[in-house]
Design a protein around this ligand. Structure first.
Ligand SMILES: Nc1ncnc2c1ncn2[C@@H]1O[C@H](COP(=O)(O)OP(=O)(O)O)[C@@H](O)[C@H]1O
Ligand SMILES: O=P(O)(O)OC[C@H](O)CO
Length: 497
């Protein structure tokens, strides 16, 4: 069998399909953006049919560009934006509502109600998550409540629910397989991460019928085969993981203590804690890093909602840059004597504050403040937020020693200035690999190793190649002063002061 492995990376703003060859290099790829729907303030939806069409188009494009046929592909891996949920009709495969996206805040009142009933501890103990609208469970409950007849139909087994991976598997296999993997399940708020099973008590609280949920498999497992009519030949689906988990694998963070951080629209940092299910006392999430051969590896996760999105704000909102890549150059020209801070709480704050009501703020402006100081403040905010996550991780898990090295990926890591500032603020080395498509690579590795055409974890990890290490260079007192200023800015921004 050939070593060609296909990865579908179904992200928040675009879908990518990448065909890797036996040397794990990219043979061909396709990418397609799709519409974001904002039906009300704080609501974010995707059309599942548009997502499905983008998957079919990009897979065909990747094969065409590589000059390969589906019959030459040994396996397919799927990775996806997490938490985003679809409910569809079992008989027709048609969604009964648009997908409710991870960023969507519509279930904040339900989360508040459950918190007031004293239920957050129960959810956290079982799922490792918090009662925040970010996660899928309350979104499923919302659809069952609001779409006429949905709950009854779900109880009768006529409706199915799933994260995007699950919806795609259903469509790709022609409605034969309703499955997901343990990492995606671990983001739903109804999956018990210690017992590795859907949790009846939590399902009852949210009134979600268990029969509408997918079977949960290992990340490298048999998820069925794509219908021959789609790509000309069947392709076995052998790997599935949420995108941040796939990036953890693609960055070869297989050892406890290893950590990756992905800087796209938001930033998601995962610290591998091995078999230890570490309970956070500092409002980080406990999540399943990956599950292989029935063995669960856990992670502590810090989720930041705005990272590269702050650069988009410089470009599209303030219009002080024309392109994202100009942000670093502009920041480098900022006046070192000014202390301008941006707290980018544009959609509230994620970890470790979880303040849905906070809104963005800027501090320290003077008559001399201009585009350069705004650009520096925006890029530095990403470093400061990561620093808050790392501090919380160190407090939560003593093995997360001062020696932590951060492996980075995502669109924003192209900025050398930002990566150097990140190393300076963290006071820790930041490693940027040669392959930045780590998410797709992680999904491809799951599928390729399961198919037996790609190497096992140890050999795969040795193929991780450093492109550049950013070492901390900032004077200790300068760093301390900057961090003190940031903490003051955060304190003044929180909605509950
Ligand atoms: N050179 C750069 N400097 C700073 N930010 C950048 C640069 N290039 C891209 N970005 C930011 O990275 C983000 C895109 O990264 P990507 O990983 O594709 O995100 P996503 O998968 O969330 O869509 C955008 O928000 C963009 O503003
Ligand atoms: O699609 P991305 O890269 O923005 O990632 C989204 C995360 O999985 C949300 O938890």
């Amino acid at each position: 069998m050939s070593g060609f492995v296909l990865a579908i990376d179904q992200g928040t703003t675009s879908t990518r399909a990448i065909l890797f060859d036996g040397e794990m290099t990219i043979a061909g790829s396709g990418q397609k953006e799709f519409a974001q729907h904002y039906p009300a303030s704080g609501w974010v939806e995707h059309d599942p049919e548009e997502i499905w069409a983008s998957v079919v188009t990009t897979v065909k494009a990747a094969l065409r560009k590589a000059g390969r046929k589906a019959s030459e592909v040994a396996a397919l891996g799927i990775t996806n934006q997490r938490e985003t949920i679809v409910v569809w009709d079992r008989a027709t495969g048609k969604p009964i509502h648009n997908a409710i996206v991870w960023q969507d805040r519509r279930t904040a009142p339900l989360c508040q109600k459950l918190k007031k009933q004293g239920l957050e501890k129960t959810f956290t103990r079982k799922t490792g998550l918090l009662l925040d609208p970010y996660f899928s469970g309350t979104k499923i409950a919302w659809i069952l409540d609001k779409v006429k007849g949905a709950r009854k139909r779900a109880e009768m087994g006529e409706l199915l629910a799933g994260t995007i991976d699950s919806f795609l598997i259903w469509r790709l296999t022609g409605g034969k397989v309703h499955a997901t993997d343990a990492t995606n399940a671990s983001r739903t708020l109804v999956y018990n991460i210690r017992e590795n099973a859907w949790d009846d008590e939590l399902l009852a609280i949210l009134r979600i019928p268990a029969r509408m949920l997918p079977q949960v498999k290992d990340c490298a497992d048999d998820f069925g085969s794509t219908e021959k009519s789609l790509f000309g030949a069947e392709i076995r689906i052998l790997g599935v993981a949420g995108d941040q988990h796939a990036a953890t694998i693609g960055q070869a963070c297989f050892e406890p203590g290893m950590m990756k951080s992905t800087y796209g629209t938001g930033c998601f940092a995962l610290l591998n804690t091995g078999g230890d299910l570490v309970r956070s006392k500092n409002r980080l999430l406990t999540t399943i890093a990956y599950r292989l051969n029935g063995k669960t590896t856990y992670a502590l996760e810090g989720s930041i909602f705005i990272a590269g999105a702050a650069v988009q704000w410089l470009r599209d909102g303030l219009k002080v840059i024309g392109k994202a890549e100009q942000s670093g150059k502009l920041a480098a020209t900022a006046d070192p004597t000014q202390n301008v801070y941006l707290v980018p709480a544009f959609v509230g704050l994620g970890a470790p504050h979880w303040d849905a009501d906070a809104r963005g703020a800027i501090f320290g402006l003077t008559r001399n403040s201009g585009p350069a100081e705004f650009a520096r403040a925006a890029l530095e905010s990403v470093a400061f937020q990561t620093c808050d996550l790392l501090d919380a991780m160190r407090k939560d898990w003593k093995e997360a020693s001062a020696k932590t090295v951060l492996r980075v990926d995502g669109g924003m890591v192209a900025s050398d200035w930002t990566m150097q500032r990140l190393a300076d603020i963290l006071d820790a080395p930041v490693d940027r690999p040669t392959i930045l498509e780590t998410t797709a690579l992680g999904a491809a590795w799951l599928a390729g190793s399961q198919a037996g055409v790609w190497p096992a974890a140890g050999t795969f990890a040795k193929k991780w190649v450093l492109e550049r290490r950013f070492k901390p260079e900032m004077d200790t007192s300068v760093r301390a002063a900057k961090l003190a200023g940031w903490r003051d800015a955060i304190r003044r921004t929180l909605s509950t002061q």
